[in-house]
Design a protein around this ligand. Structure first.
Ligand SMILES: CC(C)(COP(=O)(O)OP(=O)(O)OC[C@H]1O[C@@H](n2cnc3c(N)ncnc32)[C@H](O)[C@@H]1OP(=O)(O)O)[C@@H](O)C(=O)NCCC(=O)NCCS
Length: 179
């Protein structure tokens, strides 16, 4: 699913949204480490990446069901978002999961909204009927972003995450029907 567009941010700068490619692996790895170290609201700690970034990005670039979109400002990756099939079975092929992150220095500029809109366009093109996600209950920015795009809460998992300091984080389960 090809994505290539330019969006105007709230600070007057331009961001490019485009597919991540295998050649972005080194820059993406650095982005991943930075952004996963800036928040406690993501699933993965910076040292928990599962290895081969290049193969993962190449696979998504060639996939008809999955996509990874980068937001680039001044030639730097400042955000990324993706969708992927939840499970490749007849009964679950209609469901995609959605994930998103933006570097803290770029929050509040409209990058999260632009990435979300681009991912939902891809989800529709790929034929998904439902997009799903889980968000930490204290992550107000993310919850507001998702509500803005029509996601609705369908449940909570009070012990969804346990941080390395032993703190429980409630996960809010959300879904969006694409019709
Ligand atoms: C959640 C996140 C992706 C939002 O990205 P962003 O680029 O700041 O989002 P935008 O600037 O497009 O704002 C989108 C909406 O989020 C909400 N929002 C943004 N900043 C907010 C804040 N400080 N307080 C409350 N709501 C906020 C608003 O509803 C906003 O819509 P509006 O601009 O029309 O009012 C970003 O904060 C982030 O990457 N956080 C760390 C990683 C993370 O938590 N990912 C989600 C895991 S579930």
């Amino acid at each position: 699913m090809k994505v290539q567009k330019t969006v105007l941010l709230k600070n007057g700068k331009q961001a490019t949204l485009r597919n991540a490619e295998g050649t972005d692996a080194a820059a993406f790895q650095a982005y991943f480490a930075q952004c996963h170290g800036e928040t406690e609201n993501l699933l993965t700690y910076p040292d928990e990446s599962n290895g081969d970034f290049e193969a993962g990005l190449r696979r998504r670039a060639e996939s008809a069901s999955d996509v990874e979109i980068l937001a680039i400002v001044d030639d730097k990756i400042v955000g990324s978002a993706g969708i992927g099939m939840i499970r490749d079975r007849d009964k679950t092929r209609h469901r995609a999961d959605f994930g998103i992150s933006v570097l803290a220095a770029y929050w509040g500029l409209g990058i999260g909204s632009a990435l979300t809109a681009a991912c939902l366009d891809c989800a529709r093109k790929a034929g998904y009927l439902q997009v799903e996600l889980e968000a930490v209950s204290e992550n107000e920015s993310a919850l507001n972003l998702y509500r803005k795009f029509g996601f609705v809460e369908y449940g909570r998992n009070p012990k969804g995450f346990r941080t390395r300091t032993g703190r429980w984080q409630t996960l809010v389960l959300m879904r969006l029907e694409l019709i």
